[in-house]
Design a protein around this ligand. Structure first.
Ligand SMILES: O=c1ccn([C@@H]2O[C@H](COP(=O)(O)O)[C@@H](O)[C@H]2O)c(=O)[nH]1
Length: 275
């Protein structure tokens, strides 16, 4: 296992292969479009084609855990193999599991996704701060200990998130801003372990000037955001911006060549657009 920090590994991967984070989201509609059965066997072939297309071409892959979980233990077995093959090949894996809970329950989630000897061990995992940012304290400690990363939901790409995330706490600002500020504070001692999720679908309205960590930005492609939007919305926070597209790239499958071309085209468009 590498003994370099998450932040170092992320920076080198991004400088070698660009900022794009491609999703592996085996939607039932995509399985059908790829002429695969809606079963764990279909899932396995889907994931294998993605792995073959993306390894060596993109820095980061984000499997959407929900689409594997839908097939129970067989789906999890496919996810374990997918994560393992990607990581063995040096592709960084962000498990999009959006875990959030209290105390020892949250810590059990953290063990599952961040412990080096766990079957689902990933480079980073998405987490929800909506049981209180401090409910993630031990998860951050665990991530630091194992040189892994977290991506905390701050301002999500979906319209329904706004009412909660834009609400104004009595301390001022917005709920989403309070998450950004808490992440920035933690990162001052923990070397940018705490990343944020900020959607690319609208102006986020956040002050990111004190925040130095990575930002995972879903919403490109199927949700309507463009590379020009990214450049505008994240004009002050481009260095470790990780734009994510899942369906926008996966629509090119099942041909491995077509998937690879779609991913590399988008990767290069992002690099040119954010230069
Ligand atoms: O705010 C968020 C947080 C996570 N997501 C996830 O990203 C992908 C986006 O998929 P597309 O097909 O590119 O729309 C998906 O796994 C979401 O669960 C998000 O969209 N927004």
């Amino acid at each position: 296992m590498s003994h370099r920090s998450w932040s170092d590994r992320l920076r080198s991967a991004v400088s070698a292969r660009g900022r794009l984070c491609v999703g592996i989201d085996p939607h039932p509609a995509l399985l059908e479009a790829w002429d695969l059965p809606r079963s764990a066997d279909g899932l396995e072939v889907f994931a294998e084609l993605c792995v073959e297309a993306f390894i060596g071409e993109v820095a980061i892959v984000k499997p959407q855990v929900a689409f594997f979980e839908a097939y129970g233990s067989a789906g999890y077995a496919v996810l374990e193999r997918t994560v393992g093959v990607l990581r063995d090949a040096g592709t960084l894996v962000i498990a999009d599991a959006k875990r959030g809970d209290i105390g020892t329950t949250m810590d059990a989630y953290a063990q599952a996704w961040l412990e080096p000897d766990s079957p689902l061990s990933s480079d980073a995992v998405t987490v929800s701060p909506y049981l209180g940012f401090d409910s993630l304290g031990e998860t951050v400690d665990r991530a630091v200990r194992h040189q892994r990363g977290l991506f905390v939901l701050a301002r999500t790409s979906n319209a329904e998130g706004s009412a909660l995330q834009q609400a104004a706490p009595s301390t001022g600002g917005s709920v989403a801003q309070s998450i950004v500020d808490a992440a920035a504070t933690r990162n001052r001692v923990d070397a940018d372990t705490v990343g944020l999720v900020v959607g690319a679908t609208r102006d986020h309205g956040l002050d990111l000037s004190n925040y130095t960590g990575p930002i995972l930005a879903p919403g490109l492609g199927a949700q309507g955001a463009t590379v020009a939007d990214l450049a505008e919305i994240f004009r002050d926070a481009r260095e470790l911006l990780l734009p994510n597209s899942s369906r926008g790239v996966l629509a090119a499958g099942p041909s491995v060549t077509a998937l690879r071309d779609a991913a590399t085209r988008l990767r290069d468009e992002i690099e040119a657009g954010l230069a």
